[in-house]
Design a protein around this ligand. Structure first.
Ligand code: SF4
Ligand code: SF4
Length: 190
């Protein structure tokens, strides 16, 4: 069978993963090493190897469950699974693509709301200053989650230790950062 016919036998989602994340789900032979090494497997609704298995089936209902799962948001991109996988399957890259797709298709898991808010606040900090501006990130995250008072008592201690700057430090080439955001949004069609 030609490699083209292999590709055409993949589901739409599996084909996208091959194209955008260079992950061919059918290569996984379910050894379970990724799940055994994943530091967050216990927090996930489906372990990394189970996510692989669900995608391998090409069953639309199971693919839908993956896109709506909490697992894809719990993944820290620590790359432990990638390092342990005998087939060099880049699960972190795959999780990244699944997160983007989950957002664009409005299928995000309700439990992931705060994680998504943090992602957005973090990216906005980089987008506008070119660096991580902790106070801005903190304020933005709290506005998004409405958890205004949580952890507020930590701020004075962090300031005292010089961990928080009142004013952001801007990088000189902010147009370069804007270009990166533009290019990424175009590539991922977001
Ligand atoms: S380690 Fe690799 S081959 Fe083994 S189950 Fe995980 S993804 Fe599949
Ligand atoms: S990259 Fe994600 S799935 Fe892989 S081991 Fe780390 S947390 Fe687990």
């Amino acid at each position: 069978m030609s490699s083209d016919s292999h590709v055409s036998s993949l589901s739409k989602l599996s084909s996208e993963l091959l194209e955008h994340a260079d992950v061919k789900v059918t290569r996984c032979y379910q050894c379970g090493k990724c799940s055994a090494g994943c530091p967050l497997a216990e927090e996930m609704d489906y372990s990394p190897s189970l996510v692989m298995r669900m995608l391998q089936t090409g069953n639309p209902e199971l693919e839908e469950k993956v896109l709506r799962s909490f697992s894809i948001w719990v993944c820290l991109t620590c790359e432990m699974c990638f390092a342990r996988c005998p087939m060099s399957i880049d699960i972190p890259e795959m999780m990244d693509y699944l997160r983007e797709k989950s957002i664009t298709e409005k299928k995000t898991n309700p439990k992931a709301k705060e994680i998504i808010a943090f992602h957005k606040s973090f990216l906005d900090s980089i987008r506008y200053t070119g660096r991580l501006y902790e106070i801005g990130l903190f304020a933005d995250y709290k506005m998004r989650t409405l958890k205004i008072l949580d952890d507020l008592s930590l701020a004075p201690k962090m300031m005292k230790r010089g961990k928080l700057n009142i004013f952001p430090e801007m990088i000189h080439d902010r147009s370069g950062i804007a270009g990166i955001f533009k290019k990424t949004a175009k590539k991922n069609k977001i």
